[in-house]
Structures are given as structure tokens and as C-alpha cells.
Design a protein around this ligand. Structure first.
Ligand SMILES: [Fe+2]
Length: 358
């Protein structure tokens, strides 16, 4: 863990025509705002993930190494996409997964509604209490309003969601023009060694890979001749945020494919969104193995807990036992999630029950 690692990583990336804008100050630390990458490939320039917030926008403008470029967005989550309407040059294309087409004009609403939906699923106490966002007396007041005036409660939730969304992401600027949505009908098998992804060729040496799991409109971007994989949030297992519109099975499948490709020597730079890039084939393989091991451990823990509960759909009881679990990994996950945001282990358990129980 040292600051000297950052210049070393940056010079490793530079040899492959890659640079990044990051808020990470120290190796081993994460960040809430996704990294932005600048890539030169096939005589063309790309900006990957414009992220969110005024500061990032200024940093991008200061560090942008080219004038003409396309913008690639890994997925619709606001920490990756909120600035997408502001970073494009006159002739830039801003490229998204096909599923973003229906969401792009409602980005704010989509991610505002998540809070309201989660409060409905987890209950007022579950959402605001467990995450430490509100104190006991405010929670009682909210529960009272929920009972006595459901429309008033919905209104308050919406206001809270808007404020949270604004605080977390700043302004949200979808592209007014220039947006290009990949076409579902054009998706094809892309074979790299023995590993086959579904996806779209963007040029001879740049591929958009359909990588659902964390989010169903998620793309990874791959440059095979230099072994660069922009993995977005596919690998960031429960840190700092995880599955939203996604699936545990697909997350696992996507990570296993990344590992297979890496073990065959296909990934030299694993460009992650919320951690520093991992450089060198062996380090990439070790990183992926460790992320998959964590994923498997949490899966086993939740499976064991569910198997000991007589009512397999008793969310409250299952989540209570999950929070009380003694493993180091669970303690770490709770510390990351709690109390800074809606707790993503709650979402994981919720999705687990949907995918594996009901
Ligand atoms: Fe995300």
C-alpha cells in the first residue's frame, strides 16, 4: 500500500496507449466515482466512462489527450454515466448497451426510484435503520406517515431520493445528441482463445462485451492485441456497490469468463472502475481469483443461513443472521456498506432469494 504505486501503474498503462483520471490517492483504496480512461486504439481515440460530478468533468477537460474521440459508457449507473452529455466533442459518438436506449432520458428517475423501491422491499426500519441513515425517532415518524398517508409517504420518499441522488451524483446530463445504442440484432459470438463472449466489434481491435450481472446494461470493453480489459463494475464484488438490475448467476458467469481469458494470457491490464488498474498477467489472475473466492464465500454464507431458516422467504430473519455472521469477509462487507449508503448486502440477499429460493 503506497503512493509510489500510482506513477508506476500510470507509466505501465502509458506503454499501452492508456491513461486514466481517478480520485484514488493510494493503492488498495477504492473510490465512489468511477475511473475515467483515455485510450488510443486502431488510430482512433476513446474516452471510457465520463463518470459524474463537476470536479471530474474539469479533470477530464484538463487531462484529455486528444481532440477527436468517441465516448464509451460501461453501464447506465450514474457514477459512470451522469456526465455523458457533457464530455462529447462535436463529432463524438457516445456508445451504450442497447438496453440503455429506454433509460437514457430518465436516468435521474430510474436511479431515484431505486431508493423508493428498496424502502418498500426492506421496510422503513430495514432501509433507514440498518443503514444508519435515520435515527429511531425519525424512523417512527416515517412509519407513522407510511400508515396514515401512503401518498404523503411516497412524496417524502421521492424528495429524499432526489436529494440523495443529487448529493451522490451531482447533475445528470444524458447526451442530447450523439448517443449511439448498440443493436440487439447485431450481437454475435466473439471468440478470444477458448473464451467466447457475446458482444459487438467496435473496430478491428476493440470489442464491446455483453457482460450482465452487476447491471443488465453492462458492457466491458476489450482490446485483445494489448490485453486491455475495461471491466467496469463486473468484478467489484460487493465493493463499493454491487448488483442492482442484475443477477448473482450472471455476475459469477461473467467473472469466470474473465478468469478463463486471463488464465489463457488474454488480460495484461484489468482496468477496474472503482480501484486502480491491475497490471501484469499474473497479478490480474490473482486479483480475479481472489474476487471470485470472495464471491463464493458470501454465496456459501448466505446459502447456509437460508438453509437453517424454516421459512426460506423470511427476509428479516435471514438478513438479521447475515448481519450477525462472524466471518471476516462479512464484517468487512458490512463496514463498506454500512452506514454510508443503502446496504448492498441487503440487495444481495434479496436477489439471492429471488434467484435461488422463490
Ligand atoms: Fe455500477
Amino acid at each position: 500500500m503506497n503512493n509510489e504505486a500510482i506513477p508506476r501503474i500510470k507509466s505501465y498503462l502509458a506503454k499501452s496507449g492508456l491513461s486514466l483520471v481517478t480520485d484514488i490517492q493510494e493503492e488498495g483504496k477504492g473510490t465512489g466515482i468511477a475511473n475515467t480512461f483515455f485510450l488510443k486504439a486502431d488510430n482512433h481515440n476513446y474516452l471510457i466512462d465520463p463518470a459524474n460530478g463537476k470536479k471530474r468533468l474539469q479533470d477530464i477537460k484538463k487531462q484529455l489527450p486528444f481532440n477527436e474521440y468517441d465516448v464509451l459508457v460501461t453501464h447506465s449507473h450514474l457514477d459512470h454515466s451522469a456526465n455523458s452529455g457533457l464530455v462529447a466533442a462535436e463529432n463524438s459518438r457516445v456508445i451504450f448497451h442497447p438496453f440503455v436506449a429506454d433509460r437514457i432520458n430518465n436516468l435521474k428517475r430510474n436511479y431515484t426510484e431505486i431508493t423508493a423501491e428498496m424502502v418498500k422491499v426492506f421496510g422503513v426500519d430495514g432501509f433507514f435503520g440498518r443503514t444508519g441513515m435515520l435515527g429511531p425517532s425519525t424512523i417512527k415518524l416515517m412509519q407513522f406517515i407510511q400508515k396514515s398517508s401512503p401518498p404523503g409517504f411516497d412524496f417524502i420518499l421521492n424528495v429524499i431520493s432526489l436529494i440523495m441522488c443529487r448529493l451522490n451524483n451531482g447533475g445528470i446530463y444524458p447526451p442530447k445528441k450523439n448517443a449511439v445504442f448498440l443493436n440487439c440484432d447485431d450481437i454475435m459470438d466473439l471468440q478470444f482463445g477458448h473464451t467466447v463472449f457475446r458482444g459487438w466489434p467496435l473496430s478491428e481491435q476493440l470489442f464491446a462485451l455483453d457482460t450482465p450481472g452487476h447491471q443488465n446494461d453492462h458492457l466491458a470493453f476489450y482490446v485483445p492485441d494489448r490485453g486491455i480489459m475495461f471491466a467496469g463494475d463486473l468484478i467489484g464484488f460487493l465493493n463499493p456497490n454491487d448488483i442492482i438490475d442484475g443477477s448473482i448467476k450472471e455476475t459469477h458467469a461473467g467473472m469466470m469468463k474473465m478468469l478463463q481469458l486471463a488464465e489463457a494470457g488474454g488480460i495484461d491490464i484489468l482496468a477496474l472502475s472503482h480501484a486502480l488498474p491491475v497490471t501484469g498477467e499474473e497479478n490480474v489472475i490473482a486479483y480475479l481469483r481472489s474476487a471470485i473466492a470472495k464471491q463464493n464465500e458470501i454465496f456459501e454464507i448466505v446459502s447456509d443461513i437460508v438453509s437453517t431458516c424454516p421459512d426460506k422467504n423470511d427476509f428479516e430473519e435471514i438478513i438479521r443472521k447475515t448481519y450477525a455472521h462472524e466471518s471476516d469477509l462479512m464484517k468487512k462487507i458490512l463496514k463498506i456498506n454500512y452506514p454510508r449508503s443503502a446496504s448492498f448486502i441487503d440487495v444481495y440477499v434479496y436477489i439471492y432469494l429471488k434467484e435461488f429460493v422463490s
